[in-house]
Ligand binder design. Structure first.
Ligand code: MTE
Length: 312
């Protein structure tokens, strides 16, 4: 996403990987590109066990799904490296059992959920959502999960719970890049309570009908489809209900570039690039980016009266 510490030069700051790949692909010819596999890790990503009993859920798009190999092979998960194929190559060190998720803060029923018990909190649904990364690429992913609202309802937030904070595991033994200072660990993200309660917001535990691969944020991650991908925190161990907006990892790293809301908004440029268009992974030509990533009908009312240039 960006340079974090002066002197830390990421390959993406020299030539964005996508640009570099596309230049090569262009030279190889458009016909060859159409036949070539989409962006993927050097070795094909492994499939997880099937998740039984998954039912089709609401809000799914009927757009073509991005192939599994790209969804599980082209990732951002800085705990496992900054290259797009690093997470698929390195996430085998992540141990997803035993795993607990603490629900705490401004709630009447604080508790620590064991992940297997959490999987039974609500029926698992398949939701096919668009994911739009702030870097300008997008995918269509068949997630498996349940609405975060189900967990919130059971926690019984108090009147002081205005925001929800999501915290990723902090264990440099399992997440090797936490030994570096590319981000201020652990990864933290946040939503306003009405965003967290919105029926589109998912706690995902799988994709393509299978247990979530480590590189996609196993064993449980957030999916907020109308916001840039970085709002969807991976490998969550803590969900905290708070009164003030959390200071998220990307806001701490670059407050001028990443605001709290981070709604997909083609009219608000990133300070260093336009957000008007995006490249769907596997496609050659760019397409227009839609307001709220195409979910305006469902979520625009949450921001009525707000200046979305100021609250970017
Ligand atoms: N969560 C953690 N803990 N660490 C990360 O680096 N990257 C974010 C988000 N969640 C990230 C994270 C970014 S920038 C994106 S675009 C999405 O995860 C990518 O999700 P995917 O790799 O499953 O497509």
């Amino acid at each position: 996403m960006r340079i974090i510490k002066p002197g830390d030069i990421l390959p993406s700051d020299i030539t964005p990987r996508e640009t570099y790949l596309n230049r090569r692909q262009f030279m190889a010819g458009i016909a060859a590109l159409a036949a070539a596999p989409a962006f993927a890790a050097s070795a094909p990503a492994a499939h997880g066990p099937k998740l039984p009993g998954t039912k089709p859920g609401r809000f799914s798009t009927n757009e073509a799904r991005t192939p599994f190999e790209s969804v599980a092979g082209y990732n951002n998960f800085y705990e496992f490296g900054t290259g797009k194929s690093d997470p698929a190559e390195n996430a085998h060190t992540l141990k997803t059992r035993p795993w607990t998720v603490a629900v705490e803060g401004e709630v009447k029923r604080a508790r620590i959920h064991d992940i297997d018990e959490m999987l039974r909190l609500a029926p698992l649904e398949e939701r096919i959502y668009r994911l739009r990364c702030v870097e300008g690429w997008s995918m269509v992913i068949p997630w498996v999960g349940f609405p975060l609202a189900e967990l919130i309802r059971r926690a019984e937030p108090t009147g002081n719970a205005k925001f929800v904070e999501f915290v990723t595991l902090h264990d440099p033994g399992q997440m090797p890049y936490q030994r570096t200072s590319i981000l201020d660990w652990p990864y933290v993200e946040g939503l306003r309570i009405d965003e967290a309660n919105h029926p589109l917001t998912l706690l995902a535990v799988g994709l393509y009908g299978e247990v979530l691969p480590g590189q996609n944020g196993a064993p449980v991650r957030l999916v907020v489809p109308w916001k840039y991908g970085f709002k969807s925190a991976k490998s969550i161990v803590k969900i905290r209900f708070v009164e003030k907006a959390p200071n998220t990892a990307w806001m701490r790293a670059a407050p001028d570039e990443y605001g709290f809301f981070s709604n997909v908004n083609p009219r608000v440029d990133h300070p260093r690039w336009s957000q008007a268009r995006e490249r769907r992974i596997g496609e050659f030509f760019k397409r227009e980016t839609l307001m709220f990533n195409g979910y305006a009908e469902q979520v625009a009312h949450l921001y009525r009266g707000m200046d979305l240039r100021k609250f970017f």
